[in-house]
Write a protein of this length. Structure first.
Length: 481
């Protein structure tokens, strides 16, 4: 796909290394072009294109020097005789081996090959095969399909076909017999198999001469239709995601008024603890993943609104409504790795807003009875552990969410608080009373999943201390064992 925009110097594919990257289907690659204008052309045309069901995100990386090649060999340029000497034999003579040879005709005795037509290679005596496309469409389609399957399944698949269809005259071109090795159909089949294994497609392939192995014959592929460059007047009919007009990338699209009303109806009226209700709302969120930022913010806001019932009847239904919205959030989070453009932004948006959501959950649970409060916190805690098993967020972040849910607000001494900060908050320990260190405290709280909205430096220090007190007993007991 990238090769049609210019000369490629190197390609590197970074496959997923961790379980989290495998679960999200994350893959990264680097394509180095010979010239920057070629890279710009490829980026402008390929950015946002749907590739294997996923939208390509393309940006410039740090420039690196091209890798020098240790061995420099002259380009292989075969001598091409006149076109009429390479024509396929007539149907009545196609069965004979002599008339189906595709090797190059030697020059007449005593006549030298003109310098312009002589191969620029040290293998001047190497045989050259000029591939010709079969004239019959049905034969060509049969060979193309067979070669594609053989390239995909391997040599065992080809052997199985030869065993089962050894007497089938329609597949005679597959046999690698002595009198069949240079038959035009057999050469076309061998070349197509090799081309498919190298990544070529049905209608686009490399046309440069090549050698499969050193000192082997030179293969000259046939010409193929040149793919026209994309233009603004006529673009291919493919699924594209326009990321250039929206700052921040995927998920920034505005939610239409009709879609917003549908989302409100699903969350306010139809959402309950029943599976079909949560499934319907989750499917709507994924279908409109292009507006994932707005939808994620609306889901988090609905959880906070459910934590503030406006009547006694609503107070009785409060825990169920809150848990139902959390189930919706959890289902959308689980499916955020799907191939819908913009769906991956759900996880990032939830990670940004969940600390404030759990602060609202803590305040809501404090208004419940002891029995209802214990049941409510157990349900929310199970969700946190599920997110940890999914590796949706960093472990320290989910620990902070759980600590926020079970946090109390006792009065503490500031001198005692300074001694309980983690090792990563040395700057905040020394100058916690100064307003200039608020940013450092917020950074520490944000990395631990602790809420920071509307909090004073004193509140931030209290939350950091509670985080330490909540998880230190577990660490000490584990160390003692």
């Amino acid at each position: 796909e990238f090769g049609r925009f210019g000369e490629i110097k190197s390609i590197k594919i970074m496959y997923p290394r961790t379980g989290l990257q495998h679960a999200r289907g994350m893959s990264t690659g680097f394509v180095q072009f010979a010239q920057r204008k070629q890279a710009e052309l490829a980026m402008n045309n390929m950015r946002g294109q749907a590739y294997f069901g996923m939208a390509l995100r393309i940006e410039f990386a740090k420039p690196v020097a091209p890798v020098p090649s240790g061995i420099t060999r002259p380009a292989v340029q075969p001598y091409l005789p006149p076109v009429q000497t390479l024509a396929l034999p007539a149907p009545e003579t196609q069965g004979t081996a002599s008339s189906s040879s595709a090797t190059l005709a030697p020059p007449p005795s005593g006549q030298e090959i003109p310098p312009g037509l002589k191969r620029k290679s040290r293998f001047d005596q190497a045989k050259a095969f000029c591939i010709a496309i079969p004239s019959e469409v049905s034969v060509r389609q049969l060979i193309d399909r067979t070669a594609e399957l053989v390239a995909l399944e391997g040599w065992e698949f080809e052997s199985l076909i030869l065993q089962r269809e050894h007497a089938n005259p329609r597949l005679a071109w597959m046999k690698a017999e002595k009198d069949n090795l240079e038959d035009p159909l057999h050469l076309y089949y061998r070349w197509r198999t090799f081309a498919f294994s190298q990544g070529d497609s049905q209608d686009q392939w490399r046309t440069e001469p090549f050698q499969i192995y050193e000192n082997g014959p030179v293969w000259q592929p046939p010409a193929c239709a040149v793919r026209k460059a994309w233009s603004e007047e006529k673009k291919p009919n493919i699924q594209r995601l326009d990321l250039r007009g929206k700052p921040g990338g995927a998920g920034r699209a505005e939610l239409q008024t009709e879609d917003l009303q549908t989302l409100e109806r699903l969350m306010e009226e139809g959402l309950s603890l029943r599976r079909p209700a949560v499934l319907e709302a989750m499917a709507f969120c994924l279908d409109n993943a292009a507006s994932s930022q707005a939808i994620a913010q609306r889901i988090c806001k609905s959880v906070c609104e459910a934590c503030k019932p406006s009547s006694e009847d609503a107070s009785a239904q409060g825990p169920q409504q809150v848990i139902a919205r959390l189930y919706l959030l959890s289902d959308v989070l689980f499916n955020a790795h799907c191939t819908k453009p913009g769906a991956s932004m759900y996880r990032r948006q939830f990670q940004e807003h969940l600390p404030d959501v759990f602060e609202s959950l803590r305040e809501f649970s404090s208004s419940l009875s002891a029995l209802a409060q214990a049941s409510f916190k157990d349900n929310v805690k199970q969700l946190i552990h599920i997110w940890t098993d999914w590796s949706s967020f960093p472990p320290q972040f989910t620990r902070g969410l759980e600590a926020t849910l079970f946090r109390h607000a006792p009065a503490v001494d500031r001198e005692d608080l300074l001694l309980e900060l983690s090792s990563g908050t040395d700057e905040a320990q020394a100058t916690v009373q100064k307003d200039a260190q608020t940013t450092a405290l917020e950074r520490e709280c944000r990395s631990r999943g602790l809420p920071i909205s509307g909090a004073t430096p004193q509140h931030l220090v209290e939350r950091l201390r509670h985080f330490q007190e909540y998880w230190v007993p577990e660490a000490s007991s584990t160390g003692g064992q």
